[in-house]
Design a protein. Sequence first.
Length: 369
Amino acid sequence: MKKILLTLSILFIAGFLFADVKIPVVSPYTGPLATFGEGVKNGALLAAEVINKNGGIKGEKVVIDLEDDMCEPKEAANIATKLAGDKDVYIVIGHLCSSATLAAEPIYKSAHLPAISPASTNVNIGKLSKYYFRNVYKDDFQGKFLARYADEALHAKKIVIFYENNDYSIGLKDAFVKEAKKRGLKILGTEAYTQDDTDFKPILTKYRALRPDVIFIPGYAPQGTLIISQARELGFKCKFMGADGLDDKIMLQNPDAEGLMITTPFIPDKAGPEAKKFIEMYKKKFKSEPNWFAANTYDAVMLAAEAIKHAGKNREKIRDYLASLNSPQKAFHGVTGATYFDKYGDCQKPAFIKVIKNGKWVGAEIQLK
């Protein structure tokens, strides 16, 4: 009996000494937006690898738990319920789509479980829970910035908008329209679609004779690439603009998308020294260049690990630690720059414009300050 108790004690102590710290990362790893999730997954795994090579979190190994919500609100809520009830989960990285985040948010709030979204940009997210943070700009900022770019950099006068009927796309469209009208730009029309729509030619045809300067697509890449190609087939010579939801490799595979301009919080060819090191590690490990989803997720996991290191395995204290990063002087410095939060858990980060040139994303020659 003594030997059994001794063995159990040794196993308990060993388990305590070599415990893992689980960090769930929720994103679409299957479904139409799985390519976005690929960057999220890679960024998270690389961050964990770097953390563990440097001793983990006070000697404990970080383990990434990949949870697939497919960007579906119902699935996001199911995953959130599971994570909220797991006593070994102290913080969540996710979700990617704003609609998924909005579905999961009240569940995390009820469980006092902090979360960091590296990608959800809907304007309402931060106002709904003190447990939600994000290290990406909001749609009101992004939409306004894009309208300003259309005016000041492209000198556009007439614009058509195609937007998907979801929280992300509507928020962007509304912010863009408000700023565009303030600047005297003419919105020829706003056309809604769903993720199941594939034929946009009937709608495009009615705008062909109006000769818009820009077609703005504040949606996701699967429909965005179809809109662009079908517009080109109909003879449109205008420029195409979008937001970060079009940042997908399928755009690079579409020759019609040459010249497409989008917003991004991260441009590899304009990155600083710390970011260049991250890019080198990423390219070596995954044989591809990181997109902004990868970079933001890398920073989010690093920030989560830092929070656990300082606050311990306590959800409430981790939330308080993140909230304390509320000024440039207290900011967390990562590969995407300085991250600090306002009273709503929203961060203040700049936006950049990148363009497809010769089948690759590069920083646009004109960048607004």
